[in-house]
Design a protein around this ligand. Sequence first.
Ligand SMILES: Cc1ncc(COP(=O)(O)O)c(C=O)c1O
Length: 396
Amino acid sequence: MISQKYKDMLGQKSVIREMSAAGHKMGEEIGFDNVFDYSLGNPSVPAPKKVEDVIKKLLEETEPLSLHGYSEGHGILQVRKKIAAYLAKTYDIPYTYEDVFMASGAAGALAHAFRAVVCPGEEIITFAPFFPEYRPYIETTGAVLKVVPANTETFQINFEAFEQMITEKTAAVLINTPNNPSGIVYSTETIRKLAEVLSKAQETYGHDIYIISDEPYREIVFSGVDAPCVSQFYDNTIMCYSYSKSLSLPGERIGYVAVNPACKDAALIVHMCTQISRGIGHNCPASLLQLTVAELLGETSDLSVYEENANILYEALTKMGFSCVRPGGTFYMFPKSPEEDAKAFCQKALAYNLVLVPGDSFGCPGFFRISYCVPTEKVKRSLAAFEKLAKEYGLC
Ligand SMILES: Cc1ncc(COP(=O)(O)O)c(C=O)c1O
């Protein structure tokens, strides 16, 4: 008999994918150049040339059996050592290789973190707006996802609602800063308060509550914005990192889990990740990719285009009458829909060749996401379409 659980998931299609398919269909009809597709979060700048250089060098100089062989369950030791040293130096936290587990992107890292610190039936709290894939990521582990409603004024944490949501079943809190879809970076004040609330809750309930910090956009932070390192504020922090966005390598599936060495049971968690890996059939990202990223620590693609696009869109859209919290990083922004039903709004936008994603599946109805990882020239051309849309709603 086939699995009812996964059969049921067939009916829960991703709205992002649906909007992207609508954009693709439109592109086939009117030409892709004429479609302003702001649906997907695929980086629009290529990986730095150094990625190709390192891969070529590895292929030329490394003995093939070892280069393409299985790596150890935790990941390649040398790679873990280099990543730990990089993190220790960057964040002034004494990470060692024993705190690092290599994973297939942020999704792979999160799959391990959830299973390591949350048992089936326990609760993971996250904050709207949130990446919709968190739902399947978490619900397939048997844990329960609880969502704190958004603070739509700032998209920082809504602490009043959060504190009411913590129970004795709360095992972890999942945060994502810089954030998909709002583009907001949590302030030091927010992270500090989060740490205080959780420390108090740990005392109240007499057990550990972990922060799982999903950080694929860690390096995409705009000028003048302070992006505090979550692990510096709270010992029980498990960082989940990915090279998908910073190095524009989403298809290569490479990232890691980094357990704060001061975390409760830190000595066990990475070893447990290896066992989780056996259970879910993850068994390490490609050795070639592990070795590649280890040579590129601190390198990024040219991320400046995202800030340029953010500035162009933010200035133009707010002038047209859209209301939006200014993004501090990523390649997303999350304006308020001019009509309550953001799905209806995004359908109307299609008539102007604009492909936008309604906020409902991000846990924040009434808003829409713009993924501005597109060429700047296209962003500029799309402004006339946004203006027509704004006029239709009487915004300008
Ligand atoms: C917030 C967030 N977390 C996790 C992921 C998954 O990242 P990866 O492709 O590295 O698995 C994404 C991808 O878009 C994301 O936006």
